[in-house]
Design a protein around this ligand. Structure first.
Ligand SMILES: Cc1cc2nc3c(=O)[nH]c(=O)nc-3n(C[C@H](O)[C@H](O)[C@H](O)COP(=O)(O)O)c2cc1C
Length: 249
């Protein structure tokens, strides 16, 4: 096992995998890490669908266009989940508030699912496995994926995670300097931010121009704003409503 420091600091997204399967022991450690995730109220407002069946992975690939899903060994779909507490409350005759109709309900479920995914990332990476988060599992075809995964009311896909034995070791991607990410005691929205953002744009532009594999001329700002433009077309509210979420406050 790698040290915590090396696990976290050497992590990078791995998008190509060997055919080799991950072992049952490795999978159990990933499951245990997921189970021990801290969650809001200890409500465990998440669940995970472990997709190892190749035919289902192929269908998810068709829906998302993300090749990692069909080439990885296990694809884990992390979902926000209020179905479990809803049936537990009904069983006890306890009235269930319409928490799924609040913005905080959405946030609570999404945060829990995202933290569980990070538990899986850290566990997998510490054992030398490769991982890639797949947000397109949420955005590309939400209703078709809910149907394929048989998600009941109260459950929606937050993010997928492809796991496999790494077949590549891409260069580490430069991240924003600590001054842009970590503020001391209070947010400092001062003139120092823009020069740091310009500096970081230059770093990403150089990385994209020189990295191994597909090279581009994008800087960070252009790259991210391009993604946001694409994301403006997503129909997430409709997809959430069809899973029983209707945030009103
Ligand atoms: C929530 C989330 C969703 C992501 N979705 C995708 C995706 O759909 N496809 C993909 O190839 N990478 C995806 N990524 C990986 C990011 O592109 C990657 O983490 C980022 O570029 C930083 O690179 P690094 O992970 O190598 O440090 C996602 C990452 C996160 C955290």
């Amino acid at each position: 096992m790698k040290s915590v420091e090396r696990t976290l600091l050497d992590r990078r997204s791995i998008r190509r995998y060997e055919r080799e399967a991950i072992t049952d022991d490795q999978l159990q450690i990933i499951y245990e890490a997921i189970r021990n995730t801290p969650t809001s109220y200890n409500g465990q407002q998440f669940s995970v669908i472990d997709v190892s069946d190749q035919a289902i992975k192929e269908q998810l690939y068709e829906l998302t266009g993300q090749k990692q899903i069909k080439t990885c060994n296990h694809f884990l779909l992390f979902c926000a989940d209020f179905y479990k507490i809803t049936i537990a409350a009904a069983d006890k005759g306890v009235e269930m508030p319409a928490f799924t109709h609040t913005a905080d309900g959405l946030i609570v479920g999404t945060v829990d699912a995202a933290l569980a995914m990070m538990s899986a990332v850290v566990a997998a990476e510490s054992m030398g496995l490769g991982t890639c988060c797949i947000g397109y599992a949420r955005t590309a075809a939400p209703e078709a994926i809910s149907k394929l995964m048989h998600l009941p009311q109260g459950v929606y896909a937050v993010c997928g995670l492809a796991i496999g034995v790494p077949r590549e070791m891409p260069d580490l991607k430069p991240k924003q300097p600590a001054e842009l990410l970590i503020h001391s005691n209070a947010y400092t929205a001062d003139d120092a931010l823009l020069p740091l953002l310009r500096f970081y744009d230059g770093e990403i532009e150089a990385y994209n121009r020189t990295r191994a594999g597909a090279q581009t001329t994008n800087d960070w700002t252009a790259h991210i704003v391009g993604y946001y433009k694409e994301a403006m077309g997503y129909k997430m509210l409709e997809a959430l409503r069809s899973q029983g979420y209707d945030p009103q406050r």
